[in-house]
Design a protein around this ligand. Structure first.
Ligand code: B3K
Ligand code: ZN
Length: 891
């Protein structure tokens, strides 16, 4: 597709004040009547009314009720242009569309007999002709008409005005949204659904109706989503003073959905995966995900909907900010039940660790590959390709740095100013940062480089202790390597939280030269140039630095630390995030060492000192189990591949298998005793304390099953058979599948038998098998398994959840099997990308992206992947989505 550039932004000559939509819903021929009051924009250059449209059958156009004159309405390649002299005109456009043939899941489509919409980013233009850009904000009224028997529920944004019966078994509803909104926030649903309802009072005492709409059989899985919604509503009131502005707020679950969920005004539409959860079908992780996605979409009501983006380059304005908000919410939810400040800090750290794990395994590779882009990109071919880990996760890290620099109160003041200036507007990232700076009298000019520079910065930390002057000099140096299309990098403004640990393991008070001692043991240094040195005084013995506490910036920390120092920080770092990170660094070193030995044909030997450091944590009963479960889990394979030069999946996998087995074997007694002690009494409830115990128990079981001794496998089988909730049942199954135990096949069959009619639970079953490691040569090849599973009646290439579970599981979570030396994995990948490209370009593009980091691999691997990319590239009729990915990968 053509390149769209950020600097080419121009306001349209005409905006829209009000839109009145009428839908006569029919599977093959839905009629859409769209009456727009178009108004000349006094701040824009003169020009025609510009309406975008894609795949529409145009039935009629009138202007102020009259037929247009010859040539007044023109079809362009991307829609319609209309010449008008007046400053205001009522345009009525009638179009016909075919929802049943729409497999892209963008625009208006059908899922299990119902009608649903997805308009972000540019889906509205495949519903009707419209200036479908986020800077065109209008007031909407909507009338929907459908068959009453198959679609008894008719929903749209805002408030319900009227419903009624019609002849021929049809009925209608009329809705009105009192708020201005861009077209990407429009939604409608017509389906056979039932709602769980709750009424609550907002902070100002207004009663609001909350609804979670699902298919009737799923009603017993909605309570958690409702609780999450109420928690989100309260949290935004408490933390940001932001209140729900509508009388009704709806969540609708749909089985066929490209991503997680969508924040349409007052009518959030969710992938069933992020709504439905009960103890028998959802794991603790599912409960946590539902809570955070419900919160994310709810928080968008202010950050995204009330204040929206001027253009799609500003996407991180709403996404980075809203991810930051949902991460803070989750951390608060995790900490709410803690009984001491230290416990709360540890609970919050568990959320932070999960966020950083995601960033390192999802965003760091993106930032080092052909799709590298700043959180505010400069250009794109297909906007749907830019809902990325960079825009979302790194974007959230950038907001977090502002929060760190300004403090909680300063950040809140900046948010208040942002809403006071920009409520009801479509704005830019500069507007947001401008408010943060203005509210705090802060200078964030240099900080803005985070918005324009791609790539993960390296931060080098070097300390020198001088015993004579009792000073410790810490030098921080930054460097960002060139990224695709951006060769030159400038220094960034980086907040670096640091502590110094004394020889006894206790933090030292930090006092810079010329300062009065204030007793603080963690402080934020602000690096604003390439390199800077800070001198700490009154230091009696050489300290161990703890740098980048809490992961205060999204950088790669390069610091020389020997094994003893890593073990020391694993045992003593008072910052829970850095304590976890010390363990991750030690594990990375050990795994990569084993992989190198294996590749060189040498025996793999796990260093004894590492085993001691690991065991010291394992038996530590004072640490929070949730924290321990994170700290004793290996870094992800994706992240390790990123750290291995060149990346070579086969020896890495051999090293991981060896290490898991050895640890499980050597510490079997400790794993067993912790496993037995951590049993959670009573009925399942989703609660951070219980979930933490189950997580550590699950980790023990995974190491034990990896070792594979008969006691271990018995334990896993017992847990699998007697489990009374999904966390335990799935945990046991996962441990068995991730082992060499022959019993794993029967367990998989039993699980399938029990859940064969349950789409969401089956996704777990598909995903587990796609990601299975081969613990011995006797194990079946994963590719053969994946191919066979595609024939399972429950699998479908047109359901994104199935594709993400099975194909995504194989392409993204099973490097050693996917990168088989014979290249069969790549041929399969090309086949599937080509097939998906024909029906659902967004899903195809996501699958295509699983190989974009190909240049980090060994030359032999690269040759195989290049051939696969070339095969896809040669395909006729590539969507812009896939073409952009393949083009950049081969460039
Ligand atoms: N805003 C949507 C994502 C839309 C993706 C369009 N391809 C969900 C979210 O971020 O909350
Ligand atoms: Zn979002």
């Amino acid at each position: 597709g053509p390149l769209i550039r950020r600097d080419a932004y121009q306001p349209l000559a005409f905006g829209v004040e009000t839109v009145d939509l009428d839908f006569i819903l029919d599977p093959q021929a839905t009629l859409v009547t769209n009456r727009m009051r178009c108004v000349r924009n006094p701040d824009a250059a003169a020009g025609p009314i510009v309406l975008f449209g894609e795949g529409l059958v145009l039935v009629s156009v009138t202007l102020d009720g009259a037929a247009p004159t010859a040539g007044q309405v023109r079809e362009t390649g991307s829609g319609l242009e209309i010449d008008v002299d007046a400053d205001e005109v009522l345009v009525e456009v009638v179009t016909r569309i075919n929802p049943s043939a729409n497999l892209t899941l963008s625009g208006l489509y059908q899922s299990r007999g119902g009608y649903f919409t997805q308009c972000e980013a540019e889906g509205f233009r495949s519903i009707t002709y419209f200036p479908d850009r986020p800077d065109v904000m209008a007031r909407y009224t909507v009338r929907l008409e459908a068959d009453a028997a198959t679609c008894p529920v008719l929903l749209s944004n805002g408030n319900l005005l009227e419903t009624g019966a019609l002849p021929n078994g049809r009925h209608f509803a009329r809705w009105e949204d009192p708020f201005l909104k861009p077209s990407y926030l429009f939604a409608l649903v017509a389906a056979d659904l039932k709602a769980l309802e709750r009424k609550v009072d907002t902070m100002s005492g207004r009663e609001v109706l909350l609804q979670v709409w699902v298919e009737e059989r799923d009603l017993d899985r909605t309570a958690h989503a409702m609780d999450s919604l109420v928690h989100s509503l309260r949290w935004d009131e408490d933390v940001f003073g932001l209140e729900l502005d509508l009388d009704r707020f709806m969540i609708v679950a749909v089985s066929d959905f490209n991503m997680g969920a969508m924040e349409n005004k007052g009518l959030n539409i969710f992938n069933t995966k992020y709504v439905l959860a009960n103890p028998d079908t959802g794991t603790d992780l599912d409960f946590e995900n539902v809570e955070s996605v419900v919160a994310h979409e709810y928080f968008h009501n202010w950050t995204g909907n009330r204040v929206t983006c001027r253009d799609w380059f500003q996407l991180t304005l709403k996404e980075g900010l809203t991810v930051f908000r949902d991460q803070q919410f989750t951390a608060d939810m995790m900490a709410r039940a803690s009984d001491s400040p230290a416990a709360a800090e540890s609970a919050r750290a568990v959320t932070r660790i999960a966020n950083v794990r995601g960033l390192r395994s999802g965003q760091f590779p993106e930032d080092a590959g052909p799709m590298a882009h700043p959180i505010r990109p400069d250009a794109y071919q297909e906007i749907n390709n830019f809902y990325t880990a960079t825009v979302y996760q790194k974007g959230a890290e950038v907001i977090r740095m502002i929060h760190t620099l300004l403090g909680r109160e300063g950040f809140r003041n900046g948010m208040d100013l942002y809403f006071s200036y920009h409520d009801g507007q479509a704005v830019t990232c500069d507007d947001f940062v401008g408010c943060m700076a203005e509210a705090n009298g802060a200078d964030l000019d240099l900080f803005m480089r985070w918005y324009s520079q791609a790539g993960t910065p390296h931060l080098k930390a070097e300390g020198v202790y001088d015993a004579a002057s009792r000073t410790y000099a810490l030098t921080l140096t930054q460097h960002t390597a060139p990224t695709a299309g951006q060769a030159d990098k400038l220094p960034l403004h980086i907040p670096v939280a640091i502590g110094l640990i004394g020889p006894d393991g206790a933090d030292l008070p930090l006092q810079l030269e010329g300062e009065v001692r204030d007793g603080n043991t963690t402080r934020v240094l602000q690096l604003r140039s390439e390199s800077q040195t800070w001198r700490f005084t009154g230091i009696d013995a050489e300290p161990v630095p703890s740098v980048l506490r809490g992961f205060s910036a999204p950088v790669i920390l390069d610091i020389v630390e020997d094994d003893a120092r890593l073990a020391f920080r694993m045992a003593h770092d008072s910052d829970p995030f850095n304590r976890w990170d010390a363990s991750q660094r030690y594990m990375e070193r050990v795994v990569l060492g084993l992989a190198a030995a294996h590749a060189a044909g040498k025996p793999m030997e796990v260093p004894q000192a590492f085993g001691l450091a690991f065991r010291a944590l394992l038996v530590n009963e004072t640490l929070d189990p949730a924290f321990l479960a994170e700290t004793l889990a290996l870094p992800s394979e994706t992240y390790l591949l990123e750290r291995m030069q060149p990346a070579d999946p086969a020896p890495l996998r051999a090293a991981l298998i060896h290490l898991m087995r050895e640890i499980g074997h050597a510490m079997q007694a400790d794993f067993l005793s912790r496993y037995l002690d951590l049993e959670v009494e009573g009925e399942y409830r989703y609660h951070p304390a219980d979930a933490g115990k189950r997580a550590l128990r699950g980790l023990c079981l995974r190491y034990l099953s990896a070792w594979g001794g008969p006691t271990a496998i018995d334990l896993a089988l017992k847990q699998f058979e007697h489990a009374t909730d999904m966390t335990e049942r799935y945990g046991a199954l996962a441990a068995l599948v991730q082992s060499d135990a022959p019993q794993r096949f029967d367990a998989l069959a039993a699980f399938h038998e029990r859940y064969k009619d349950d789409a969401l639970v089956l996704d777990k079953w598909f995903q587990l098998q796609a990601g299975a490691w081969r613990w011995s040569d006797a194990a079946p090849a994963t590719l053969d398994q994946v191919r066979a599973l595609m024939d399972n009646p429950a699998f479908s290439l047109s359901n994104p959840n199935k594709v993400y579970a099975l194909l995504g599981g194989y392409f993204r979570a099973n490097a050693a099997e996917f990168h088989r030396p014979d290249g069969a994995g790549y041929a399969f990948w090309a086949e599937q990308v080509i097939a998906l490209n024909k029906t659902n370009p967004q899903v195809a593009s996501r699958m295509a992206r699983s190989l974009e980091g190909w240049r980090k691999f060994t030359p032999a691997i690269q040759a195989g992947i290049r051939a696969a990319f070339e095969r896809v590239s040669a395909e006729e009729g590539l969507s812009p989505d896939v073409a952009e990915i393949v083009g950049k990968a081969l460039a």
